[in-house]
Design a protein around this ligand. Structure first.
Ligand code: SF4
Length: 305
């Protein structure tokens, strides 16, 4: 939060409080707010993360991480497991063959342009802006969410609200960053009204755009957040609490489901399980990309000490 935003909020509360108390506006106390520190978003930040405690602090922001809780059907150990041999045997180049069937010669920019002009389903009538996705064009990970919320609809960018800020922290904690080595996209590119789940015909109409992005980006790994993308991509109705942390395949590309950051904002005690999923993703990425392995060596060393 910037100093200006804090000052506006304080002035508003002061004014409302004074008016409710006396019916008149009183002069407010002078304030001296400062801007919050920005999260580090470059390689220096990763190497500065020296211990698991610091890593978790970057991710969680607060000590609430340690809270425990039980939810029915939760597979607590899923993310602790090594990727199975069936996943480990897949080389990053293998997926190219699997997604050959997806017809695209378009660049990411051309696909984004088509998304922004799309009228293929009813959601184009209620959107403010379509949200094609953003990130680098040769990502280590394609991060997949469900669909735009109000902040994304207004800005045309994915994951920019409170959940987006938490997602950025989660990714940063394992050396990932949308400006450096990730691409973030949703399976639905336009906001469903009142944030309802997309209808099947809307999901079906929009999926070709996601598949074209997948073919253009050809990432070695996919991370899905929440139940909607797993349902849209894998056609399963199984709950995310059972799916999370279990490697799947989509067009031959290893896919790891985890919780949606907005769910983690509502129930911080579940961050510990999402954290296990992130660690599993980090370990697998380190096995297939030497530069990433070197960059995150200190982070992973902290988990083993
Ligand atoms: Fe087109 Fe997808 Fe938007 Fe529907 S949700 S209008 S299919 S871009």
């Amino acid at each position: 939060m910037t100093a200006e935003q804090k000052l506006s909020a304080a002035r508003f509360l002061d004014t409302a409080g004074a008016f409710l108390k006396t019916g008149y506006f009183d002069e407010c106390e002078p304030y001296n707010f400062t801007d919050d520190e920005e999260l580090p978003v470059n390689a220096a930040a990763y190497s500065a993360v020296k211990s698991v405690a610091e890593t978790v602090a970057v991710y969680c922001g607060e000590a609430e991480y340690c809270a425990d809780s039980e939810i029915p059907g939760l597979n607590k150990d899923a993310g602790n497991a090594e990727a199975p041999d069936s996943i480990k045997s897949i080389k990053p180049t293998d997926s190219i063959k699997s997604i050959d069937s997806i017809k695209t010669t378009d660049s990411i920019a051309a696909i984004a342009d088509a998304v922004c002009k799309c009228t293929n389903c009813g959601l184009h009538t209620t959107r403010i802006k379509a949200v094609p996705g953003e990130g680098v064009e040769n990502p280590l990970v394609l991060v997949v969410g469900e669909g735009p919320g109000a902040d994304e609809d207004a800005s045309g960018r994915p994951f920019v609200g409170a959940a987006g800020r938490l997602l950025d922290k989660m990714l940063l904690a394992i050396g990932l960053d949308r400006k450096k080595n990730c691409f973030i996209a949703n399976v639905i590119k336009c906001r469903p009204p009142q944030n309802r789940d997309p209808y099947p015909d809307e999901a079906a109409a929009c999926l070709p755009f996601f598949e074209q992005q997948l073919a253009a980006l050809n990432p070695p790994l996919i991370l899905t957040v929440g139940k909607i993308p797993v349902k849209a991509l894998l056609g399963t109705d199984e709950g995310i609490t059972r799916l999370r942390g279990n490697w799947k395949l989509y067009h031959g590309i290893p896919l790891l489901p985890t919780f949606h950051p907005s769910y983690l904002l509502r129930d911080a005690s579940q961050k510990r399980f999402a954290w296990e999923d992130l660690k599993a993703l980090c370990r697998r990425l380190a096995e297939i990309d030497s530069a990433y392995a070197a960059e995150t060596a200190q982070i992973r060393a902290g988990w083993n000490s």
